[in-house]
Write a protein that binds this ligand. Structure first.
Ligand code: FAD
Ligand code: NAP
Length: 860
């Protein structure tokens, strides 16, 4: 019964939605003894599985995994009948769960939350509902689903059609009989692909309107897989634990086979096994690099296309069904039962909307640019306003009346996908910025619910009333979410993950792609660090440990983790010879770097002997001379050679369009300070004198270096200035050593754990220069006269002990009137920017470096 509006009901917590998320949330909140009300638009529990009743609707994660794990007794009492259960069975299951725990008594069905307002005075949310009631609560939790807001029919004339109209996402409960009918299906995502074969069984004629061909693999449905049942039977708790700490929420062994380097036989074998297995996480795990490397992705994609061509008899139709406009996996792949085979039926036709777009829906049917079609029924399988649709539609306004819609006008902004700044005590389950739709959602849902429940419990124990993320923590998380996506191929697709399916929606990657395990770890760390990045208040209390939970680029973190796992001895414990051997061995396994036009080796004659050099000439036009960059490798004056920095030099050459001459100067401890610096200057003089022979443009010469190489490059500039020649157009200093002072904050923050350590830097200095020499500007250019030096581009990395001296050098150069471009390698270490082909997130930094090098020279 509705309460009069003047007497609002009061609860500790209101939850909107009674699908997987809302039901478990209610269960946990009740356990805590909190007063709870769940409001649900639908007539019963189930969420997705209540609404999506179209023929063929099933899960696409094996049901043994797509199930609650919080109640072992429940698991014993319920047995799934198939590998991929049907919608009615999943709905039965959720009804069973609701009954078993008596959840319905706290759920108000057929009730939509129409608005939510934060009352700053009362520290309460004020909700209004579609039934006209007003409810107050301390905490408001939206369990409203990622795929619950159907996309409106965004086709001209959609309202005009006189026949029957169906949306897969709002299918009639009584079912639909298409017998004898001419039916149109618009859309070939998962919903279309599941329903089309079954609609084809009934319809007299079926016409499928496809805008984008989709990748789909056969589900090979049947009984639940025996191996998985066995694992569950033997150790259910262990299996569920493994799922929680897996990447996607289903325990599988991630492969380390790389598509690019695997043999044809291995590629084929792995693909065929995944095809036969019929599981999404299997086909997404054919190669370790298929999600990030276009070439590896193409191998899997082409094998799927081969399968499509082998199934669909009409070559023209099969070609239209072959996806070619996006990388495999960047739109959610589908699992089907007889989908492609359906197009071999004589009464089924495929219309390619890329060739003949829909002009309008008419009273009788559909008109494309070329044809008019008459139909009795149109089925829209056109998808959802995913991840943000239901949240924004529910009219939530936080502090100062700012609505979610306003705050998220340029895309959603959340902390951990759980909360958003300015909206105290407001939680989202599987919100944008959490793994959600990229994972087995039941695992992600349970994790979110548990986190929220523990948070509320902790607040109660501590007598706290409000919780809200800080803008710093939130911005940091948003950045991390985008950083994780940026190293994958995902952002290249026009997918609903990117919001690209809804006209006008901001193009932002919505879910967190770093993995369920990494995400869980981050959430746990936030909580264990006293709710890092949250402000918590209570009577007489206002506490906040502000900060960012993940600042490192995800692929840099991955490299560090792999290296830590290799158990290599710290370099500073080795002899110089052993350290060099270790570095050479590591270089054997890395990618070679980009192709360039020409690579030649030679020697530079200097009085002390010959210095080897390697010259890189860019591929392609223009013919003729190019600007010249003399490059010095890194390695603390002790390590490194022409091979060590070969991929980086190729990259610099390809990006800058300059001829790069990489010089191997003499090393310590065999030859100590100032030999390396003198060699560098001699090499620059020689390159300038021989510019024409090297293919360079006389007078257009820059120097570049990384780490100790940047040190000698910087020194060479000072020596050239003092000697009044040669003229140097610019200096590129990547993570340079410019001072021997190890007291700067970056040494304190980053002195351990990021490959270049304080101990290693000390080892380098000890090999190179006596303490008495370390104040000499030829060792520490920061202490030199900086007037009249060439323009500089200085790259500093966040997790580098040398970061602050790089910044100090930039500031000092600026103060001396030198133009400086300071490029920050955000989330990088001393070494990661140079890891060409390994650390993908270094590419944008190197693109900026390439631009800086080009800017040193006059435009061609
Ligand atoms: P939902 O199930 O979407 O429930 C949200 C509920 O909130 C809905 O019932 C809605 O009516 C209600 N609601 C929304 N707004 C309001 C409001 N303002 N007031 C009151 N109530 C509101 N995921 C997988 O991991 N594996 C699968 O195999 C899989 N298959 C899927 C198949 C289909 C057809 C679809 C559409 C999605 C599938 N998903 C799958 C994703 C699926 O949505 C989740 O797995 C899961 O069911 C989501 O549960 P939920 O409770 O978070 O949201
Ligand atoms: P979807 O993946 O977004 O697919 C919608 C389809 O409709 C696409 O082919 C789209 O083409 C097309 N479309 C949209 N608007 C159109 C227009 N105006 N004109 C022509 N075509 C149009 O939606 P979905 O199939 O409902 O699936 C959504 C998600 O729900 C899935 O990715 C999955 O996560 C989940 N789901 C899972 C299952 C399962 O197997 N368990 C089943 C259904 C849904 P474009 O690609 O060109 O936009």
């Amino acid at each position: 019964m509705n309460k009069p509006a003047s007497v609002p009901e009061q609860f500790d917590v209101v939850v909107a939605g009674a699908g997987f998320s809302g039901l478990y949330m209610l269960y946990r909140l009740r356990q805590l003894g909190l007063s709870v009300k769940v409001l649900e638009s639908a007539g019963d529990v189930g969420g997705t599985w209540y609404w999506n009743r179209y023929p063929g609707a099933r899960c696409d994660i094996p049901t043994t995994d797509y199930t609650y794990s919080f109640d072992p007794e429940l698991e014993k009492e319920w047995t799934w009948s198939e590998k991929y259960a049907t919608q009615p069975e999943i709905l039965d299951y959720l009804q069973f769960v609701a009954d078993r725990h008596g959840l319905r008594s706290d759920i108000e069905f057929s009730t939509t939350v129409t608005s939510a307002r934060w009352d700053e005075q009362e520290n309460r949310w004020r909700l209004t509902t579609s039934c006209g009631s007003e409810i107050r609560c301390r905490f408001y939790i939206m369990a409203t689903g990622c795929l619950s807001m159907p996309k409106a029919a965004d086709i001209e004339g959609a309202g005009r059609f006189a026949g029957q109209v169906y949306f897969t996402s709002r299918w009639p409960h009584e079912g639909v009989d298409f017998t004898g009918q001419r039916v149109a299906v618009i859309g070939t995502g998962s919903s279309g692909i599941q329903s089309i074969p079954l609609i084809a069984r009934q319809a007299r004629e079926l016409t499928v309107f496809q805008r984008t061909a989709n990748f789909s693999i056969p589900a090979h449905n049947g009984p639940a897989p025996a191996d998985r049942l066995k694992q569950l039977g033997e150790d259910r708790a262990g299996y569920r634990h493994a799922a929680r700490w897996s990447r996607g929420g289903v325990p599988i062994e991630p492969t380390d086979v790389l598509g690019g380097t695997a043999s044809e036989a291995v590629r084929r074998e792995r693909f065929e096994a995944a095809w036969e297995q019929g599981e999404l996480f299997g086909i997404l795990n054919v190669f370790a690099d298929q999600g990030v490397n276009p070439a590896a992705n193409d191998i899997v994609a082409e094998m799927i296309r081969e399968k499509i061509r082998s199934i669909v008899k009409d070559p023209e139709t099969s070609e239209v069904l072959c996806p070619k406009d996006h990388y495999f996996g960047t739109k959610r792949p589908c699992l089907d039962t007889g989908y492609f085979e359906t197009y071999n039926l004589p009464h089924v036709r495929l219309v390619d909307l890329r060739k003949q777009p829909i002009a309008s829906i008419t009273e009788e049917g559909i008109e494309t640019a070329d044809e008019s079609f008459g139909f009795d029924a149109i089925v829209y399988a056109t998808g959802f306003d995913a991840m943000t649709g239901a949240l924004v539609a529910a009219d939530v306004a936080g502090r100062d009346g700012v609505s979610l819609q306003e705050k998220w006008a340029a895309g959603p902004s959340t902390y951990l996908g759980l909360m958003t700044a300015g909206f105290p005590n407001f939680f989202m389950l599987t919100g944008p910025g959490s793994p959600s739709v990229l994972s087995n959602m039941t695992v992600s849902i349970e994790q979110h619910v548990d986190w929220v429940a523990e948070c509320l419990e902790g607040m109660r124990e501590a007598g706290l009333e409000t919780i809200e993320p800080t803008t710093l923590a939130e911005a940091g998380w948003n950045q991390h979410v985008q950083d994780c996506a940026a190293i994958t191929l995902h952002p290249t697709a026009n997918s609903w993950y990117m919001g690209a399916n809804v006209p006008g929606k901001p193009r932002v990657f919505l879910p967190y792609i770093g993995g369920v395990n990494a995400y869980r770890q981050a959430c746990d760390e936030v909580a264990s660090q006293g709710y890092l990045g949250f402000r918590l208040t209570g009577p007489g209390e206002d506490r906040c440990w502000d900060g960012v939970i993940r600042r490192m680029q995800p692929d840099v973190a991955m490299v560090l983790e792999i290296m830590a796992g290799m158990g290599m001895p710290p370099m500073e414990t080795l002899s110089a010879a052993d350290a060099r051997a270790l570095m050479a061995a590591a270089a054997q396994t890395r990618p070679p770097g980009p192709e360039v036009g020409e690579v030649t080796d030679g020697v530079i004659p200097i009085p002390a002997g010959d210095l080897p050099y390697r010259l890189y000439r860019p591929a392609g036009p223009p013919e003729g001379p190019r600007p010249l960059v003399v490059y010095f490798h890194g390695g603390g004056w002790v390590l490194g050679n022409l091979d060590s920095d070969d991929p980086l030099c190729r990259d610099l050459c390809a990006r800058s369009g300059a001829v790069v001459v990489s010089v191997n100067y003499r090393h310590a401890p065999e030859v100590r300070f100032p030999a390396a610096a003198q060699d560098a200057f001699a090499a620059v003089q020689w390159a300038d004198a021989n510019a024409i022979e090297l293919g360079g443009i006389p007078g257009q010469l820059a120097v570049a270096g990384w780490s100790a190489g940047a040190n000698v490059a910087a020194v060479a500039c000072q020596l050239a200035r003092d000697a009044e020649g040669p003229h140097i157009s610019g200096q590129l200093l990547i993570c340079p050593v410019v001072d021997s002072d190890m007291a700067r904050p970056s040494y304190i923050e980053n002195g351990d754990g990021y490959i270049l350590t304080t101990a290693l830097m000390r080892w380098f200095w000890d090999h190179y220069a006596d303490p008495a020499d370390r104040g000499d500007p030829r060792a520490t250019p920061l202490r030199g006269d900086l007037k009249g030096l060439p323009s500089a581009c200085i790259v500093t990395a966040d997790f580098d002990p040398l970061r602050d001296e790089g910044v100090a050098y930039a500031r000092a150069l600026e103060a001396a009137g030198v133009p400086v471009r300071l490029a920050r390698a955000r989330g990088h270490t001393h070494t990661s920017v140079t890891m060409v082909g390994v650390v993908i997130s270094g590419a944008p930094v190197r693109a900026e470096i390439g631009e800086a090098l080009r800017d040193f020279f006059p435009a061609p």
